[in-house]
Design a protein around this ligand. Structure first.
Ligand SMILES: [Zn+2]
Length: 309
C-alpha cells in the first residue's frame, strides 16, 4: 500500500502534548465491539444506543475513515460528522484523533490503511493505532465499530494486538430484504435484484456465523431491540460486563461522531418506530419466496433468526 508522505504541518508542542496524552490515557487495551450484520439490519440504531452508554464510544463505519479524511482535506465533498461539524477536519473529536496519530506515527487519518485487506501488515498496525487513539481521545475503553464488512472483521479477530468482540445483529429476512429492495434495487432489475438479496442474506449471515463460532460474541435480534430495548440492551450490557444506562434510550441527544451508516445517525428524536413496511410492501409471493429462499440461512441458525411478529 502506498502512503502519502504529506503530513500536515503542526507545532512541536502540540505533537508532544498529543503523544503524552496518548501514553497516559491508554492504560487499558480497548475492547472493540464489532457490529456484524447484513446492511439494512439496524446497525446504525444499535451503534447510537451503544454510544449513549457512558463507557462506550461509537465511531460508526470506521472502514470509511480514510475516505472521509481525504474528502475533508480536499474539500471537494465534505460529508458532515454527526456532531454537526461540516467535515472531519473541523470536528474537534476527529481532529484530536488525527493529531494524536500524526504525533505518534507520522501518519494521520487520511494516510491509514483501513480498507486494503490485501496488505495485512499495514492494516493490522494502522487499525491498532487508530483504536488506541480513539480510546485515548474519548477516554473510553469500549469502541463500537459498525463497519460490518466481514473481510475487515476476519482480519481484526486474527490480530493479536486487538481485543475484538463481535456483536452478531440479525434482522428477520422479510424486513431486511424489503428495506434493501426499496433502497438499492432499480425497478428494471427487480426480479434479479430480489433473488440477489436473498442469496446475500443467506451468505452474509452464514459467514458471520462461521466467523463468530468458537469465540466470545453476542447475538442480537433487531426486532427485539425495537420491541423491548431495555431488556435487550440490559442483556447485551451484562454480556459485555457493563450495566444498562437509561441514557441509552435517549440516544439521539448524546454527543456522537459516527461516520457512515444511514441517515438515522443525524436523527434528533430517540423515538423507536416499528419498521414493518415489509408487511404492506412485499407481495404474498415475495414473502413465500423469501421464506423458502432463506431456509438454507436458517440452518443451523434456525433458533437464531427472529420471528416476523
Ligand atoms: Zn464530530
Amino acid at each position: 500500500m502506498m502512503r502519502s508522505s504529506t503530513a500536515r504541518p503542526r507545532s512541536a508542542d502540540a505533537a508532544r502534548a498529543a503523544s503524552a496524552e496518548l501514553q497516559t490515557t491508554n492504560e487499558r487495551k480497548p475492547k472493540i465491539l464489532f457490529v456484524a450484520s447484513t446492511s439494512h439490519s439496524g446497525s446504525t440504531l444499535l451503534d447510537l444506543m451503544l454510544n449513549a452508554h457512558p463507557e462506550i464510544v461509537s465511531v460508526g463505519e470506521l472502514k470509511q475513515i480514510r475516505r472521509y479524511a481525504r474528502l475533508a482535506r480536499k474539500l471537494q465533498r465534505t460529508p458532515r460528522c454527526t456532531c454537526g461539524a461540516p467535515n472531519l477536519k473541523e470536528c474537534p473529536f476527529w481532529k484530536r484523533v488525527d493529531d494524536m496519530l500524526t504525533a505518534r506515527t507520522g501518519h494521520g487519518l487520511a494516510d491509514l490503511n483501513v480498507e486494503d485487506y490485501g496488505d495485512t501488515e499495514t492494516f493490522n498496525a494502522d487499525n491498532a493505532k487508530l483504536y488506541d487513539a480513539i480510546s485515548a481521545v474519548s477516554r473510553k475503553t469500549y469502541i463500537v465499530d459498525s463497519s460490518k464488512h466481514l473481510n475487515r472483521l476476519e482480519l481484526l479477530v486474527d490480530n493479536p494486538a486487538l481485543d475484538v468482540f463481535p456483536i452478531f445483529l440479525l434482522r428477520n429476512p422479510k424486513g431486511q430484504i424489503c428495506s434493501a429492495l426499496r433502497k438499492t434495487v432499480k425497478p428494471e432489475e427487480n426480479a434479479y435484484g430480489f433473488m440477489r438479496l436473498i442469496v446475500s442474506y443467506v451468505w452474509t449471515n452464514w459467514r458471520i456465523r462461521r466467523l463468530t463460532a468458537g469465540r466470545p460474541h453476542a447475538v442480537l435480534h433487531y426486532e427485539q431491540l425495537i420491541a423491548n430495548p431495555v431488556a435487550t440492551l440490559t442483556s447485551l450490557m451484562q454480556t459485555l460486563g457493563l450495566t444498562f444506562h437509561p441514557g441509552q434510550l435517549d440516544w439521539a441527544s448524546q454527543e456522537r461522531h459516527n461516520i457512515g451508516g444511514n441517515r438515522m445517525r443525524f436523527e434528533t428524536s430517540s423515538e423507536l418506530k416499528p419498521n414493518d413496511q415489509w408487511r404492506r410492501e412485499l407481495t404474498p409471493r415475495q414473502k413465500l419466496v423469501i421464506d423458502l429462499g432463506t431456509l438454507p440461512g436458517r440452518y443451523p441458525m434456525i433458533r437464531l433468526i427472529p420471528p416476523a411478529n
